[in-house]
Write a protein of this length. Structure first.
Length: 437
């Protein structure tokens, strides 16, 4: 009797093990799909079914909800495909486990609902799809899983549910269809950069960041590749808004700018102290793909600055008061001697501005690049047409003392006189200026 009792215990244990529910986990393409049971089936001549019940057909399980307009829009197509491939295909509408739809309300909804074609919904609706949702986690609907011969062969958006892809799957063609890969580790509560930091797919297309002034970080501008080697990071540390605009317009001469009067108080300070910097300075960073067109980097930067600072920036041709440099006596202009070392433009210890073996354009550019604390010095235009290297020695009380410069230039056959010219200017207009507190 004891032996029989032990044998019965062993049989019961084996039976219990055989009947234990499958361990559910997220599936990947190619996994065997567990034979899940469904006991809440609506809109069908049966009230229960299972995965295995459709083992001889391609099974499309389509996750949807009554409030999902794009889901319902696909129903006529799904019903047409069901009719066309009735011997080889079965479509089941799985009411999304997080939909909030209730079985009583959805039963009445199915009675009243008419599709865009005027017809009713004819496909079976599964209401207890929680376990299937565990196996097929997804972040949005509609979402369709393709199960064939017991395996998950695809998981797609609605756009991939086509007759052509159905034929490919039935023919076991490896090119079918484009899978929608769900990320179970994706956390919508975290920033994208944090979600993707260890991802090998290099999703980063563009990222920008502003911060307030960072005390103790100094002032710096530069660029480095990102840690993964696929991006380029450009940074501007503790810069004024005006300074950032000059970087966004790298070909702009510093005094070729027009500001709203209200913006001048935000931009100008002869000796900015810490209190001024905390309010008016900031840090800015961009990250773009490594091979990005430099013009796109500047375009995005301009857009960021306008949006963040509440400014409209644009290049405009304006009739502007300026000084024009001309040649009055070419014979007096001192040409560089052959073999002269190219020193360019220098300010000597005795406050003389010396141009040695360099074009006049270098002098003009220097006059048009005043300090950021006062960029609104008169514009100087070179109309000499002289491109050969030249030598000048101009002893001035100030590097941009144009009155003194007018008196010194005739010695070299040059003249500087007032005029008006149409000049390309950067115009910054205040819309809703932002400053830090």
């Amino acid at each position: 009797m004891r032996a029989i009792y032990c044998f019965m215990i062993v049989l019961c244990s084996i039976y219990s093990m055989a009947q234990s529910p499958p361990v559910l986990k997220p599936l990947v393409i190619g996994d065997q799909v567990p034979n899940l049971q469904f006991s809440e089936v609506l809109n069908a001549p049966y009230t229960s079914t299972s995965i295995a019940a459709w083992a001889d057909k391609l099974l499309l399980v389509d996750f949807w909800a009554t409030w999902c307009g794009s889901c319902i829009k696909e129903f006529p197509k799904l019903q047409a495909l069901q009719a066309s491939y009735s011997n080889q295909l079965q479509v089941l509408l799985i009411n999304n486990p997080q939909s909030g739809d209730k079985i009583n309300t959805i039963t009445q909804w199915l009675v009243n609902k008419r599709l865009a074609t005027g017809g009713k919904i004819t496909l079976p609706v599964i209401m207890d799809g929680e376990e299937l949702g565990t196996c097929l986690p997804h972040h949005g609907i509609p979402y369709t899983a393709w199960i064939y011969k017991g395996k998950l062969v695809a998981a797609t958006d609605a756009s991939e549910v086509t007759a052509a892809n159905i034929r490919k799957v039935l023919a076991q063609n490896e090119s079918a269809p484009e899978n929608r890969l769900e990320r179970n580790d994706f956390d919508i509560h975290k920033p994208l950069a944090e979600n993707l930091k260890n991802d090998s797919n290099h999703w980063m297309q563009y990222q920008s960041l502003f911060t307030s002034y960072i005390k103790g970080a100094g002032a710096a501008v530069g660029q480095f590749p990102t840690a993964d080697g696929y991006g380029q990071r450009k940074f501007y540390i503790n810069k004024s808004f005006l300074g950032l605009y000059y970087f966004a317009f790298p070909d702009l001469l510093r005094n070729h700018i027009i500001l709203d009067s209200s913006l001048k108080t935000e931009a100008l300070c002869d000796t900015p102290n810490l209190a001024f910097k905390k309010i008016h300075y900031c840090c800015y960073e961009q990250i773009l793909p490594l091979q990005s067109d430099p013009s796109m980097q500047l375009y995005y930067m301009k857009q960021d600055l306008d949006r963040f600072f509440g400014i409209t920036s644009s290049m405009q041709k304006r009739l502007t008061n300026c000084y024009v440099l001309t040649i009055t006596n070419p014979a007096l202009l001192q040409h560089s001697l052959a073999g002269d070392y190219n020193n360019g433009l220098q300010l000597t210890d005795d406050r003389c501005l010396v141009l040695k073996n360099a074009p006049l354009e270098m002098l003009v550019t220097t006059l048009n690049m005043p300090p950021l604390s006062n960029p609104f010095t008169p514009i100087v235009i070179d109309e000499t047409g002289y491109t050969a290297p030249a030598n000048l020695r101009l002893c001035l009380t100030g590097i941009r003392d144009l009155t003194a410069l007018q008196q010194l230039l005739p010695e070299y056959g040059l003249a500087l006189h007032k005029a008006k010219r149409w000049i390309n200017m950067l115009v910054l207009t205040k819309t809703n200026f932002h400053q830090f507190n």
